[in-house]
Design a protein around this ligand. Structure first.
Ligand code: HEC
Length: 157
């Protein structure tokens, strides 16, 4: 009798663990990133957030809104708290400073050029020194002083 009880408890516990893992998984794709890279990994984002806590001597709820009903964690995607918006501005400012004074050595995105235009006409190529417009697939967060490096993919023979 005693033995089977313990087994049930263990079983119930392990079910909770499995549900716990399944339930936290969707948090991996973040819903409301406006300045950090959208494809940032969970680890990388955690590092950034913990560095905020350490630097400011605060907890996550300093910037993040109260949990929604029935939830335990702060509502990380919410923009309710002004502290979060201010932190966003600080991240933007740091990015700008890095770009301006450290020559923007940080990569902000990558993608295929989807439409190349010159004088509002779609073209296949543009000569050196001429102005042109283009879009990059999957990237739109441009800011002044961004630098673009283009490569042509040549299949190996
Ligand atoms: C100083 C303010 C600040 C603190 C403290 C902070 N965060 Fe954040 N957090 C932000 C900002 C700003 C963003 C949005 C970044 C963006 O827009 O790219 C964010 C975004 C997030 C997101 C992504 C939410 C989504 O779905 O878009 C998660 C998850 C997160 N924070 C977790 C944490 C955790 C966990 C802690 C504590 C260890 C923490 N944060 C502490 C400012 C903060």
């Amino acid at each position: 009798m005693k033995v089977s009880k313990r087994i049930t408890v263990l079983f119930v516990l392990s079910v909770f663990v499995v549900i716990g893992i399944a339930a936290t998984k969707p948090e991996d794709d973040f819903k409301n990133l406006k300045v950090l890279p959208k494809n940032i990994s969970h680890d990388e984002l955690n590092k950034v957030m913990h560095s905020f806590n350490d630097a400011l001597g605060v907890k996550c709820n300093f910037c993040h809104a109260k949990p929604k009903e029935g939830e335990q964690h702060p509502d990380f995607a919410s923009d309710e708290k002004p502290e979060k918006s201010i932190a966003r501005k600080m991240i933007k400012m740091t990015n700008r400073i890095n770009k301006k004074f450290f020559h923007g050595k940080t990569k902000v995105g990558e993608g295929k050029i989807t439409s190349l235009q010159r004088d509002k006409k779609t073209v296949k190529e543009v000569f050196t020194g001429f102005e042109c417009a283009f879009m990059v697939d999957g990237f739109s967060e441009w800011s002044p002083d961004d630098r673009v490096e283009c490569f042509i993919d040549v299949p190996k023979k």
